[in-house]
Design a protein around this ligand. Structure first.
Ligand code: HEM
Length: 155
């Protein structure tokens, strides 16, 4: 066996974002301000109202857990976002642009530019994978290989 063998690098797990100003308390305030804006949005407001009704407090706590897990890597979220969104039959792909627009505005107003960039990058990445799960269909005419290639290019 030659000694020129090169090991394929393992993908490194994403590290926790470390900034003393970004803790659970801050993330909780960010989540609450974001969903305050979502609730007053003409398109997204009614979609959330239809699902969450008057039960906002558990959703806000769950979303705080989610963002703490995403940003601080503290393991506080154990849910499954994909099935929760697959059930939302009135949501269309363009709704994600509205969601991301409100998210960018909120973090832009509440965070420093460096912190905002981290939240936005993660939100965009997760939004992309939720959209793939919700709206991507195998193009039957091209066959599964073409579909796989498209998934890779889009990812
Ligand atoms: C148009 C865009 C979106 C809409 C309309 C939407 C709507 C909703 C609704 C109505 C729920 C509550 C579902 C339930 O309680 O059964 C929910 C849950 C959730 N959403 Fe979204 N969402 C959107 C985009 C996103 C994005 C981009 C993210 C992440 C960056 C996200 C993360 C989550 C998470 C983590 C949950 C909790 C799932 C669970 O564990 O039950 N959502 N969303």
């Amino acid at each position: 066996m030659s000694d020129t063998y090169i090991a394929r690098p393992k993908p490194r797990p994403e590290e926790a974002f470390k900034d003393p100003a970004v803790n659970r308390d801050f993330i909780g305030r960010l989540v609450r301000e974001f969903y305050r804006r979502v609730r007053s949005d003409a398109r997204l407001g009614p979609i959330f109202a239809g699902e969450i009704k008057d039960n906002w407090e558990p959703h806000l706590e769950k979303m705080t857990d989610f963002w703490c897990a995403v940003i601080l890597k503290d393991g506080s979220y154990h849910g499954r976002p994909v099935p929760a969104h697959l059930r939302l039959k009135t949501v269309v792909e363009a709704d994600f642009d509205i969601w991301l627009g409100l998210f960018r505005q909120t973090v832009g107003d509440l965070c420093t530019p460096a912190v905002a960039a981290v939240f936005i990058e993660r939100a965009e990445r997760i939004a992309k994978s939720l959209k793939l799960a919700m709206f991507f269909r195998l193009p039957a005419a091209l066959g599964p290989d073409a579909a796989r290639a498209r998934t890779r290019d889009d990812a």
